[in-house]
Write a protein that binds this ligand. Structure first.
Ligand SMILES: Cc1ncc(COP(=O)(O)O)c(C=O)c1O
Length: 405
């Protein structure tokens, strides 16, 4: 079993950020994670000892930097069960989804299926595609229990469905969606499948090939890595359907004044100087998570999630959203405290006990509208969170209820 107290020693911020002597209780991991020393040092090492550009120089230092960059790609690709040529470095999940949205050729009347529980990153790009190319958007609803209403999928599938784009794990409800089942349906109907894995790759073992999706997107900063780096998996076989959205240096093979030909995958999709330090930092994060073991990460978080849901549900006036069963849920707990404004709850948690949670609609406004809510408080967990911290959260919430409700 993973020992969060051992893990905590690796995260410098946990010992340096105190407020009035109170340690930081960081429960906003769905927004971004903290960074272990190992990742920070890998980035510093690159800047101190390598720092030069990749893929360009014949001198040894440039060769070494290129090797580090490509070796990072290999380690990250292995982590999600794909080959390095299928893994493109991008800025974040948002950019990855946009690359697919604008890279595919759309015909008027094509249809895209997404869901009401998406993060804006996996909704707004499809709205843009709809408006630009005359594509139709269809939405899969949720059940009262906060899971996808898969029974309704046949009703919205049609011969014109080109793509299903959905989140693996909801960043509000914590729902773990059955992406394998959806992949089977997509394959059977010759439909492309994009999985937004921003909340899954950091927390559960994810094997993109085993899922059987065509595209999978995730961000480094939510999985112990640095900001400004993320990945887009494009399954071998579909890459020619996604034309490069951004063009320029490095992504080309031959260029004349008149025309250009594209480089091989994955470099075809990476124009310009890449985020070398970011890739190295993310690979270090992947090494760190692999050493812990993703199965252990998942089982520890499941246990902590169960504890969190139980403790929260003991507080009068607290309403929790999303499935209760941790087989269908990850460590994200969105809730409300009576009719107290979620921002007030978050401000008080911070002020009283140095607890960081998110409040508002968490970039999922349509989901909140669907639930008839204007906002929620969200506590989201990771490997360094402890039951003690959940106790601090719940005891403070009780105080808030007593004072304000
Ligand atoms: C499910 C989901 N998709 C996409 C994103 C966007 O990630 P990024 O801001 O790193 O692009 C997030 C971020 O919270 C998310 O939770």
């Amino acid at each position: 079993m993973l020992d969060p107290y051992e893990v905590r020693k690796d995260f410098p911020i946990l010992s340096v950020r105190r407020s009035d002597g109170k340690p930081l209780v960081y429960l906003d991991n769905a927004a971004t994670s903290l960074k272990p020393r190992y990742v920070i040092e890998a980035i510093v090492e690159y800047y101190e000892r390598y720092t030069v550009n990749v893929h360009r120089g014949v001198y040894r230092l440039s060769q070494e930097a290129t090797e580090m960059y490509e070796d990072s790609r290999e380690r990250i690709a292995r982590f999600i069960g794909v080959s390095p040529s299928e893994l493109i470095f991008v800025k974040n999940t948002t950019e990855a989804i946009n690359l697919v949205a604008y890279g595919l050729d759309w015909n008027p009347g094509d249809e895209i299926i997404t869901t009401v529980m998406e993060h804006h990153s996996n909704l707004v790009p499809w709205q843009m595609v709809r408006d630009r190319y005359g594509v139709k958007l269809r939405f899969l609803d949720i059940t009262g229990g906060g899971t996808l209403d898969l029974e309704k999928l046949p009703d919205i599938l049609s011969e014109r469905t080109r793509l299903i784009a959905l989140t693996h794990i909801s960043n509000v409800l914590g729902t773990v969606n059955p992406v394998d089942d959806i992949a089977r349906i997509a394959r059977k109907n010759d439909i492309l499948l994009l999985v937004d894995a921003a909340q899954s790759v950091p927390h559960i073992p994810v094997d993109a090939r085993r899922i059987g999706c065509d595209f999978l997107a995730f961000s480094g900063h939510k999985m112990l890595g640095p900001t400004g780096i993320g990945c887009l998996y494009i399954r071998r076989g579909v890459e020619d359907q996604v034309k490069p959205v951004f063009t320029g240096g490095e992504m080309v093979r031959r260029v004349s004044l008149d025309r250009s030909t594209w480089n091989d995958m994955p470099w075809r999709m990476e124009p310009g100087t890449p985020n070398v330090a970011g890739a190295i930092g993310l690979a270090a994060a992947v090494d760190y998570l692999s050493r812990l073991g993703m199965d252990k990460v998942r089982s520890y978080e499941d246990r902590l999630t169960e504890y969190t849901l139980r403790r929260l549900s003991e507080i009068e006036d607290v309403t929790i959203y999303g499935p209760r069963d941790t087989r269908f849920r990850s460590g994200i707990a969105a809730f409300n405290v009576g009719s107290i404004d979620p921002h007030d709850v978050a401000l008080l948690l911070d002020e009283l006990e140095n607890i960081a949670v998110r409040s508002g609609v968490h970039c999922a406004e349509p989901l909140h509208a669907r639930l008839g809510l204007t906002g929620t408080v969200r506590a989201s967990l990771y490997i360094y969170n402890t039951m003690e911290e959940i106790d601090i959260l719940c005891d403070t919430l009780k105080k808030i209820v007593e004072t304000l409700a």
